[in-house]
Design a protein. Structure first.
Ligand code: NAD
Length: 483
């Protein structure tokens, strides 16, 4: 089995198929956003790799799907224990591979990965089948494991998002084939290695590395796959959706966002401005970020002054340093993509209020604020996925809601107000799957998670994801009394 030393951590660089490490003759390289240094050469799966992984997952499903709920939950808790034990290694490798702030990984995101498995282990053990009497029958809804599930994840928060998607698929009793993103494949390899110690039967958990259009496309086209769950861009979701349709396979898609960040006159302006500046967190590579600042016109200047104050305090630097707030973007292609949006905005007459340039000799991009010439500007209507926010004003609540709902996306929204009544009224009118009032990102993992419009199909979280990964069966037994 091939391995590579990454910052002192030994990382497997092959696929994990049927409980064995499997190589590919072709490799692709992953590089670090810090200095663009070469990190590892990873197995580049092809159609044969995808077929072998599905073969293994079909076998693995027979064993894993037959485990009792308690046994499954034990294995998931053991995996969570192992994740906690390898916290620092996972955190460091993810930081080197993707550029995520090391301290955030170490303190929050690896732990969240473990919590994802624990949450689903607990949900399946606490679950009781819905049972009721009607039409002279005892009715019961049962969940049956659906079969092999393909889990495809993006590069921006690889470990946390992978665990979030893998946990319900496995908890439901499905075998999985995980295809992580080619820009940040390493933490998935560490996770796969931990599954070997956790007690999964061979083939229940498979990892396939490679390029989306190659091995990813082959996986989703295989008719033996019974669930596809995807997080990534709407463009890729269209391809995967076509493959899912061809095989009549249920498919969830968690896609991009263009979240409105609404600031009303009665808001705690400093708290709102502080949080607005923190939308630059993770260099804006966050689907949930509130990237469209929509501010009540009469408080715009005061808000902007406070926003600049907080944004000025953000430190761009090496994600391994404790003092760093803003890390480099994940990839030079992505830096160029982000800058392309800003350059086109400048050319189209949008006003660059701050930032607007890549930082020399690094992949950092200046935290940027743009005042668009119109609501139709590309920077308002398209997800940039970098540290670029727009600033617009509204005259009243109706206009605020109209602007909030004026893109094709509908993943998240933030509302900043001190009025409970307004929070509920505007919250109900905004078209988004997740709406935060005076806070951001904090979430109970049993709540539904997902987007409207081109932000996604279906919901993850709690029982919503377990239902998706199951075939629901209604059992109807004629009541004794009616015999
Ligand atoms: P992407 O769509 O380019 O790639 C995502 C994954 O799909 C990768 O693993 C890639 O290899 C794979 N892929 C690409 N083409 C494929 C194909 N034809 N068949 C099968 N798999 C294929 O997305 P990305 O650039 O990695 O991620 C960024 C996007 O993800 C942004 O739009 C962001 O908003 C979104 N995102 C959404 C959420 C959410 O929960 N809604 C969370 C994080 C990221």
């Amino acid at each position: 089995m091939a391995r590579q030393d990454v910052g002192g951590v030994s990382v497997p660089t092959d696929h994990l198929i049927g409980g064995e490490w499997v190589s590919s003759p072709r490799r692709f390289e992953t590089r670090s956003p810090m200095g663009w240094e070469h990190l590892a050469d990873i197995a580049r799966g092809d159609e044969a790799t995808a077929a072998a992984a599905v073969d293994a997952a079909v076998v693995g499903f027979q064993a894993w799907g037959a485990f009792s709920v308690e046994h499954r939950a034990d294995v998931l808790h053991r995996l969570a224990d192992l994740i906690e034990a390898y916290n620092d290694e996972i955190a460091l490798v993810e930081t080197l591979d993707m550029g995520f702030l090391y301290e955030s990984m170490k303190q929050r995101l690896v732990a969240r990965g473990a919590l994802n498995f624990r949450t689903y282990a607990d949900l399946i053990t606490e679950h009781e089948n819905h049972t009721w009497d009607a039409k002279s029958m005892r009715n019961q809804v049962q969940r049956m494991p659906a079969g092999p599930a393909v889990v495809i994840t993006p590069w921006n928060a690889p470990f946390m998002l992978s665990t979030w998607k893998l946990a319900p698929a496995l908890a439901a009793g499905n075998s999985v084939i995980h295809k992580p993103a080619e820009w940040s494949p390493l933490s998935a390899a560490l996770l796969a290695e931990l599954t070997l110690e956790a007690g999964f039967p061979p083939g229940a958990y498979n990892l396939v590395q490679g390029i989306g259009e190659e091995v990813g496309a082959a996986l989703v086209a295989d008719p033996r796959v019974r669930r596809i769950t995807f997080t990534g861009s709407p463009e890729t979701a269209r391809h995967i959706g076509r493959a899912a349709a061809a095989n009549i396979v249920p498919f969830t898609a968690e896609l991009g966002g263009k979240g409105p960040f609404l600031v009303f006159a009665d808001a705690d302006l400093d708290a709102a401005a502080h949080r607005a500046a923190w939308q630059f967190d993770d260099s804006g590579q966050v689907c949930l970020a509130g990237t469209r600042l929509l501010v009540y016109a009469e408080v715009r200047d005061e808000f902007l002054e406070r926003f600049h104050h907080h944004a000025d305090a953000l430190v761009l630097g090496d994600p391994r340093d404790l003092t760093t707030d803003i890390a480099p973007l994940a990839h030079p292609d992505h830096r160029d993509r982000v800058h392309g949006f800003v350059e086109r905005a400048r050319a189209a007459g949008d006003v660059i209020v701050r930032g607007g340039q890549p930082v020399k000799n690094s992949l950092h991009y200046e935290p940027t604020l743009i005042q668009p010439a119109s609501n139709d500007s590309e920077v308002v209507q398209r997800e940039i996925f970098g540290p670029v926010l727009t600033l617009q004003t509204f005259a009243d609540e109706d206009e605020a809601i109209a602007l909030a709902n004026s893109t094709d996306y509908g993943l998240s929204a933030q509302i900043w107000t001190s009025s409970q009544i307004r929070a509920e009224r505007v919250g109900a009118a905004v078209r988004a799957g997740l709406v935060w009032v005076n806070t951001f990102l904090v979430r109970d993992l049993t709540a539904p998670f997902g987007g409207c419009g081109i932000s996604g199909i279906g919901r993850e979280g709690g029982d919503y994801a377990l239902d998706f990964h199951s075939d629901l069966k209604t059992l109807m037994i004629l009541d004794d009394s009616t015999k």
